[in-house]
Ligand binder design. Structure first.
Ligand code: PLP
Length: 405
């Protein structure tokens, strides 16, 4: 069964426009997805009628805002099946969520000679915070490689894990290769050695059903703007047993219990990690995006997006000289490629002339570029509002551009 795409597309007016005289084809969803009217209206309505700072007043609007903010936390809790709302922390996005854990976990659990494992296919947001933490704490960063199909070399993981391993951090879905990693298996393996696992879910949450309790992950991070919500809002899920043990990341605002000049005590979860005025408008908008997914049958979307990736892969493979990076058996959301003899930037610009938005460049994943010995890639990434017809137009556009070179 496929979703009623024409009906769905009406919920996304941004898609109904011409770019360079051609109907827009938006294939840059892995960077930022579009928002349904419902989300935009919710944010507007909230700003028109309710807006007030949360948690800090007794007046009507402040109470209304606080209620809406906490209801959004509950919506997120259900979306990822966290055990309790206190395990859902609002951040500015995946990047901040990972930085929070790299800092706070590092302060408590990592000291000189300890080890952190990431994978070769990580987005920079899941490399650099760990590197910074290792520099600060004297830790050592180890890397689990992937093979040329874009599949993690799991057999090597056993040799990387030692009694010094303090945490493993990896993507649920690679933003360049599209690989869906076997995170449950990795989490089980890590837990046999009492090692916690952080999952970068920036590309997982938009395309897969997330159940943090079934996965048993210790931390899961994702961004609002990639799940059809606003920018500047994201989530850090963490198991209470870890969050209770680590110090705050930022200081000030709601994260305090009592402040004196000699000592400050900290608030309970989740507020301990929400310093300053949170992006409550963003949280409310993100919850509205989750409601939209739930109302329209998220599983239907997930299956349909899988079909789009498969269709695009089959079509692109017909083009001589086109190389796809990442051919794992389980993929979600993205197809990255290059065409021999055509610079990816030229391809991006010419596609744009035809109204087609793709991403080109290093895709915030330098180590993946290094693995394949390329400078750049082109990435087409899909959402449930894309169509097979758009893929056909994309395919024909690539043929046309190729003929020009
Ligand atoms: N991790 C992955 C796998 C991503 O794809 C991205 C963004 O593209 C990020 C982290 C960073 O997300 P944000 O910029 O929303 O913090």
């Amino acid at each position: 069964m496929i979703p009623d795409i024409l009906k769905i597309r009406k919920d996304f007016p941004i898609l109904d426009q011409k770019v360079n005289g051609k109907p827009l084809i938006y294939f840059d969803n892995a960077a930022t997805s579009q928002r349904p009217i419902k989300v935009i209206e919710r944010i507007n309505e909230f700003s028109l009628l309710i807006n007030s700072n949360i948690h800090r007043a007794t007046h009507f609007l402040a109470n209304k805002t606080t209620e809406a903010y906490e209801a959004s936390r509950e919506t997120v809790r259900q979306f990822i099946n966290a055990a309790e709302p206190a395990e859902v922390i609002f951040t500015h996005g995946t990047t901040e969520s990972i930085n929070l854990i790299a800092f706070s976990f590092g302060e408590t659990f990592v000291s000189s000679g300890d080890e952190v494992i990431v994978t070769e296919m990580e987005h920079h947001a899941n490399i650099v915070p760990w590197q910074m933490m290792c520099e600060r704490r004297g830790g050592i960063l180890k890397v689990l490689p992937f093979n040329d199909s874009g599949v993690l070399c799991l057999e090597i993981l056993d040799t990387l894990i030692t009694e010094k391993t303090k945490i493993i951090a990896l993507a649920h879905v690679s933003n360049t290769l599209g690989t869906i990693n076997p995170i449950k298996e990795i989490i089980e393996k890590a837990h046999q050695r009492n090692i916690p696992v952080l999952i970068d879910g920036a590309q997982g949450a938009p395309h897969l059903k997330i159940d943090v309790q079934a996965l048993d992950c210790d931390f899961y991070a994702f961004s609002g703007h990639k799940i059809f919500g606003p920018t500047g809002i994201g989530v850090l899920y963490g198991k209470r047993k870890w969050l209770d043990k680590i110090p705050p990341f930022l200081g000030g605002g709601e994260m305090i219990d009592r402040v004196t000049f000699t000592k400050t005590t900290y608030n309970q979860l989740p507020y301990k990690f929400e310093a300053g005025t949170p992006n409550y408008v963003g949280a409310i908008g993100m919850a509205s995006a989750i409601d939209y997914l739930n109302e329209n049958g998220n599983q239907l979307f997930i299956d349909y997006e899988h079909e789009l990736v498969t269709t695009a892969t089959l079509q692109l493979k017909k083009i001589e000289g086109l190389k796809i990076y990442g051919e794992a058996p389980l993929k979600a959301g993205v197809v990255s490629f290059n065409i021999a003899g055509i610079h990816s930037f030229d391809l991006g610009i010419l596609l744009d002339q035809l109204g087609i938005a793709v991403r080109t460049g290093r895709l915030c994943a330098d180590p993946v570029m290094d693995h394949f010995g390329v400078e750049n890639m082109v990435r087409a990434s899909f959402a449930f509002y894309n169509t097979v017809e758009e893929i056909e137009i994309f395919y024909k556009a690539l043929i046309r551009i190729k003929a020009m070179f």
